[in-house]
Design a protein around this ligand. Structure first.
Ligand SMILES: O=P(O)(O)O[C@H]1[C@H](O)[C@@H](OP(=O)(O)O)[C@H](OP(=O)(O)O)[C@@H](OP(=O)(O)O)[C@H]1O
Ligand SMILES: Nc1ncnc2c1ncn2[C@@H]1O[C@H](COP(=O)(O)OP(=O)(O)O)[C@@H](O)[C@H]1O
Length: 802
């Protein structure tokens, strides 16, 4: 007889508690069981030996006994401290063990029991039930589409509940709040809603009245919004009285831009930049104070998530009989005029000139934009400056000028400037081309569409299809057209929704760079706002050794007033791509920036703000006093505080497969930190790291042989690292906006530090650092893998040694 003792240990070496006991009874997970060999008399042993002698001699069998010992009768692992090692001890020196097996029997119940014991059958049942369910849904949707069956019960106004009209008014107010608050507010609102309801009104008169509401609401100005919402609401409530007849309004749900995983929240997005969270908070509070709290409640679920507006429903709206369209308009204008005084103007079309519309820069303020426009107009360059949507682009040339401007400035004029200065987006352009449909966007849907471009910090997408606009645009005077239009609206809407949702599925994202510079185009292309410098570079690169490392350049295209560079979409075909943007070189400013800073100090308040946000102590006392820095000073500071100056590159941003974006790599300075970031970016997947490593080595070779590279100073260019779950990985050279040729006589080395006048960019220093860091990451990933394998082996060993 002998004793067998089993002890289970957790990863940290501590003995784990044995289960089958409540957590309060923390007993060690060890069990001691007696076992015994079967008794055999000496005679029996001799006889057996004689009988099996040939087999024993030939080694075909051995003299042994098989014992089965139950170590634990009911063991439940502690999920907080799971057992990873089991030590089985034989407490006798007379017993010797040839081999042992540890069997672990899982006690499953219910579904798990079925799945474990009948895997094929369970799979069959699971898949077929899913299939049946999805087919059912599909058939239902299809039937609904074909037959236009109205599913929802008619809902009449009930006491104590919001009427459809109330809801509509509130919705409009909310939407106008977005428009009125300008870019950031609009964006905030877009992100708040996942689904917005659009009214498709079956009654013609009602349509007019509804339209009147939306029009009047569009008169809300940005600085006017807060008070006016309340007033409007009051006014509408006061004048409201039961309408003589209930009118049927069919409310359709339409897809909106969801802040899905592939379209991460604005605050996380690159285009919005660092301080957005803060800004969002401010805006949030602003939003919540200026809005009727009930609206917010209406918009937010208990869990704080965005609301899904407009699930399929039908409502009767009671409209105010007294408020005719023109009355209402007039009232709004009166109120507005009272509020704004002379600054208020109504344009011939009846739209308030101060209305902000179109694509807006996220961080741009009225004044800054105006100033920017002024500068752009006054530029000596024939070519319009590369749009810098992400940046404020405010250059304060002289303090006096600023003061002067502030004197002149009024909120309205600024907003007017915004309106006038606004460049037409391709969407606008296409909308213009549609017969009978004016440029004025659909008051609600256009916001959804615009959010796809104006919140390009998130997705940087633009729905440029004419079809989308055709369905989603409404002009004020398009009454007759609209009648015809509405007839074919349902199927067109359906098609557009499909088209739209398909487009939304594209995984294109702008990780860094200037917001508003990109348009998503059909056919695996992206459009980047034209820059002569970049277009020339791309043109040369298409005939250079570096061609395989650069997105395909398809030439130029004009959309509206703007010219765009047509580029291959490097994310096309990838599902849930993981992206990293590394800005290459030991400096990110051109030499001329330094010269400019010396010759004529052009001060930038936006850059000062960005600087302070990252490090409040960074600006000098003088800079704090003037609340501005030169561009060179800012760029140079960014370079020295990041790994740019030391390692020759910096990580601008990383987007993971779940759409989350990290941008706080600005202070990474050492190679070890970069390696850590690379391991995070690749989730320590060796094959991906190796693929990147190989690609960079190939790029290194190509660069050395490249005629283009030898003769160009490459500043601010990035390497875009892209991979997805299928381990497709690639690296591309992008952004040649600041890549300029050097005089014929000189050739750049790219691997030496910069000295003023040398025009060296240190691109190869960065590439070497990246390659080194990747090698390190591969090693670390290998060790990690070995470690985890080692652990597994040791578990097996300890299991077997009993
Ligand atoms: O990345 P952050 O810290 O925001 O700083 C940016 C980048 O340096 C941009 O360079 P890049 O285009 O290489 O990304 C630069 O654009 P340019 O130097 O190309 O003009 C911006 O200048 P402004 O666009 O002037 O604001 C500057 O504000
Ligand atoms: N050809 C492309 N395909 C896919 N994404 C791209 C492409 N070009 C740029 N991007 C995305 O846009 C971002 C900014 O690009 P970049 O050319 O650096 O813009 P900018 O000139 O405004 O700085 C990149 O970080 C990347 O996410």
């Amino acid at each position: 007889m002998f004793m067998i003792k089993t002890s289970c240990f957790s990863r940290d070496g501590g003995q784990v508690t044995s289960s089958a006991r409540s957590a309060s009874q923390l007993l060690p997970a060890s069990s001691s069981r007696f076992s015994m060999l079967r008794y055999r008399s000496d005679l029996l042993k001799y006889l057996e030996t004689l009988l099996f002698l040939p087999a024993f001699l030939s080694g075909a069998t051995e003299q042994k006994q098989m014992l089965e010992v139950e170590l634990f009768s009911d063991y439940t692992d502690d999920p907080y401290s799971p057992s990873v090692t089991a030590v089985i001890e034989i407490l006798s020196n007379k017993v010797q063990i040839y081999s042992s097996h540890l069997y672990i029997y899982a006690h499953f119940t219910g579904l798990r029991y079925l799945i474990f014991n009948f895997p094929l059958l369970s799979a069959l049942v699971g898949i077929s039930s899913n299939f049946v369910f999805l087919s059912f849904l599909f058939v239902l949707s299809y039937m609904r589409l074909l037959l236009k069956v109205e599913w929802g019960p008619q809902q009449h106004r009930a006491d104590g509940l919001l009427s459809g009209r109330d809801e509509n008014v509130k919705n409009n107010q909310q939407e106008d709040a977005a428009g009125a608050h300008g870019g950031p507010m609009e964006q905030l609102n877009h992100l708040r809603s996942t689904l917005e309801t659009k009214m498709d009104i079956t009654d013609e008169n009602h349509m007019d009245e509804m339209k009147m509401e939306t029009e009047t609401n569009q008169t809300v100005d940005n600085d006017f919004s807060a008070g006016l919402y309340d007033e409007t609401h009051k006014q509408l409530t006061i004048s409201e009285r039961p309408f003589s007849s209930c009118r049927k309004v069919r409310v359709r749900s339409r897809p909106t831009l969801q802040s899905t995983k592939s379209f991460p929240p604005y605050s996380q997005c690159i285009g919005g930049l660092g301080g957005d969270e803060e800004q969002d908070n401010v805006l949030n509070s602003e939003f919540s104070t200026t809005q009727n709290p009930s609206l917010i409640n209406n918009d937010m679920r208990d869990d704080g998530n965005e609301v899904v507006h407009g699930t399929e429903r039908k409502e009767d709206f009671e409209m105010n009989a007294r408020c005719t369209r023109n009355d209402m308009k007039a009232k709004w204008r009166m109120r507005r005029r009272e509020r704004l005084g002379d600054g208020y103007k109504v344009d011939p079309e009846g739209w308030e000139s101060a209305r902000w519309s179109g694509k807006r820069r996220v961080e741009e303020t009225d004044r800054e934009r105006k100033h920017d426009d002024k500068q752009r107009e006054g530029g000596t360059n024939g070519e319009r400056k590369h749009c810098k949507g992400r940046n404020l682009s405010v250059e304060i040339e002289r303090k006096e000028e600023v003061k002067d401007e502030e004197m002149k400035r009024s909120p309205n004029s600024a907003a007017e400037g915004e309106n006038k200065g606004r460049r037409k987006t391709p969407r606008d352009e296409e909308a213009e081309e549609l017969p009978g449909i004016r440029e004025i966007p659909h008051p609600i849907l256009s916001k959804l569409l615009h959010s796809s471009s104006s919140t390009s910090s998130c997705s940087s997408m633009n729905l440029s299809s004419a079809e989308s606009d055709e369905v989603f645009s409404e002009g004020e005077d398009a009454g007759s057209k609209r009648r015809t239009f509405r007839k074919c609206r349902s199927w067109k809407t359906y098609l557009t929704m499909m088209h739209w949702s398909l487009r939304r599925q594209s995984s294109w994202i702008q990780l860094a760079g200037h917001q508003g510079n990109f348009q998503l185009s059909d056919g695996g292309e992206v459009l980047k706002l034209y820059s002569e410098v970049e277009a020339k570079c791309l043109d040369s690169l298409m005939r250079d050794q570096l061609k395989p490392f650069v997105p395909q350049y398809y030439g130029l295209v004009t959309r509206g007033e703007d010219r765009y560079i047509r580029l291959e979409d490097l994310l096309s075909g990838l599902r849930k791509p993981v992206i990293m943007d590394c800005k290459m070189g030991v400096r990110t400013y051109q030499e001329e920036e330094l010269t400019k800073a010396r010759v004529k100090e052009v001060l930038r308040s936006d850059m000062y703000q960005k600087m302070v946000k990252i490090d409040p102590s960074a600006p000098s006392a003088e800079e704090h006093a003037q609340k501005a820095v030169t561009k060179w000073r800012y760029l140079q500071w960014r370079d020295t505080t990041s790994s740019t100056s030391t390692l020759g590159f910096r990580i601008e941003g990383i987007m993971m497969e779940d759409g989350s974006i990290q941008r706080d790599f600005g202070k990474i300075r050492t190679l070890a930190q970069v390696t850590e970031a690379l391991l995070y970016f690749t989730r320590s997947q060796r094959d991906i790291l190796k693929a990147y490593h190989t690609r960079l080595l190939a790029l290194n070779d190509a660069l050395k042989n490249s005629q283009f590279f030898g003769t160009h100073e490459v500043i601010g260019s990035s390497l875009l690292f892209v991979h997805d779950h299928s381990s497709k990985a690639n690296v591309w050279m992008i952004d040649f906006g600041k890549t300029t040729p050097v005089p014929n006589t000189s050739k750049l080395l790219h691997n030496i530090p910069w000295a003023e006048g040398s025009r060296e960019d240190g691109y190869l220093i960065g590439l070497t650092s990246l390659i080194t860091s990747l090698s390190q990451a591969i090693n670390v990933a290998s060790w990690q893998q070995e470690d985890s394998c080692g652990e597994e082996t040791s578990v097996k060993y300890t299991e077997g040694c009993g």
